[in-house]
Design a protein around this ligand. Sequence first.
Ligand SMILES: C[S@@+](CC[C@H](N)C(=O)[O-])C[C@H]1O[C@@H](n2cnc3c(N)ncnc32)[C@H](O)[C@@H]1O
Length: 569
Amino acid sequence: MNFYKQAADILDRLGKKEGSIKGLTLGNAEVTDKKRMYAVICETLKHNTTLSLVLQESKLLTLEKKLTRSLALLLLHDLLLMSRGIQASDAWPMKQAVMRHKARLKAEFVRAKIKVGAKKDGLVEGEDELLLPRYVRVNLLMKTPQQVIDAFIVDGWTFLPSPPSPPAPPPANSFHLDEHLDFMLVFPPKSDLHLHPLYVSGVLILQDKASCFPAAILAPPKNSYVVDGCAAPGNKTSQLAMGLGNTGKIIACDLDLRRLNILKRLTTKAGCTNITALNTSFLTLDTTEPDLSKVTHILLDPSCSGSGIINRLDHLVDAYAEEQEQATILETTTTGGAAERAAAEEKKKERLLSLGEFQVECVSKAMTFPNVRKISYSTCSIYAEENEHVVTTLLKKHWPTWKLTPRAKVLPTWHRRGYPSEVCDIPGLVSTDEDRAKIADCVVRAVPGGPDGDLMNGFFVACFERVSKSSLPGLTPVWKGASIGGRKRAHEDEEADEADGETTTTTTTDTAASAMASTTTESSSPAKKKKKNKKSKKKKKKSNANSSETSDVAGGEVEASEDDNDDEE
Ligand SMILES: C[S@@+](CC[C@H](N)C(=O)[O-])C[C@H]1O[C@@H](n2cnc3c(N)ncnc32)[C@H](O)[C@@H]1O
């Protein structure tokens, strides 16, 4: 088959989520020049924003009916971005279909680059996954950061005593210790450590910085029983095991067996010995089972839109798939205009809302574990619908039994917090700008990319803790009396935890007291419980459907173990 036709077929299959880039190119027996195919597919996807705009503005697909969208993108890529141009015979009708419009297409390319703010080579910031530093977690179960630093110095790397200022990836052949996570080393973008003996032996774990936040914030003390509710492929699970020093027990649960098998392989390689992997839905766990009833800490990193992921090509596939879907809508309708776009926008909104409902359900389920004290909730999404809105809904449902952990214990030195404008009102609880600002200050955000972003994936983490019974009914929201930007070391011990719970809950308000009363009455009424169970069974079905719809998301967070998963393919 003609190279471009085969490449177009692969793009179409990627758009339909029929495989991964590597699987459909490097792992495809039908492709003869696998490396070239991989490169062409990656490059076309990376330039998709600009090339799609050229396609749209030039109306090429309307003028040349024989061209498909994917084939046109590939040919445009080579025409506009490769000095050698389209590598096909001049007699090939598809090449002719593009070359007829060469001058116009070049002019549209110049305009498109300006319009989307692309660089000279047509790349839009964030579409180049190589811009971000290579973050490496040192597996403390095996070596100390100092031992690893020494090993890299011996290898000829330069150790920088502090990160570059203003923040930027380290220059070539140098690395430094991360300023927020003391087990993390930061290397230049593109650093390939796959063959490094320390990676091969499980000492180095290639994990994005933001992806390390939830376990660092949850920080269960040694010997704890912990659940990782949506665990696969398991880098956060292995980080939890590292923090526990392999003591206690981690129950790692995931619906997807293939991903759970990756978790087993990765955590074994990382030397974790306290993990039990369960291939089941977190939502259906029986919290009265002996091990589960001992659980005090839960990490929840449920399926999300994955919209914050920028350092892998998978996010480009997601964007491409979404665009293909929209393009199909436009091409198959005669109006092809605003109405369809509005419908697509509506669909996206519905998807976010449905993800948000699933996320609320997951955290609410976590709050039913009889002995759970602390829950971290995280997404790799940039959307408030999955972040601040979810947190507000949870507070509305569960406060004052549950409160947000204050900034002092949630990466206090991390500058990027939640968006106050996205914190929703809760009658009687959150109504003023000050309330909103204080809630937002409790949670952590990471803005994807750079230089205005945080040089990592987009991320969000909130931490909830159960309000200790002894402090009731003298209750006030956690943020009352707290100062914004408080400073306290994130790695707390449980005693300090409890003490903080007490000290932040000393003033009574009528609203607070009544909110507490209604929560406790509801959960203790058996009749209501029965009704609730029925309702949640119905919901469970819905959320399981949800999670299978979000294979993009599942793929999204594979980022946590990107390279390990690549090995898998
Ligand atoms: C964002 S990923 C988790 C990434 C993981 N925490 C890590 O750091 O490697 C979300 C995971 O949730 C799983 N999932 C979705 N719905 C679930 C459910 N009801 N119960 C358990 N796992 C679920 C998906 O299969 C997917 O692996």
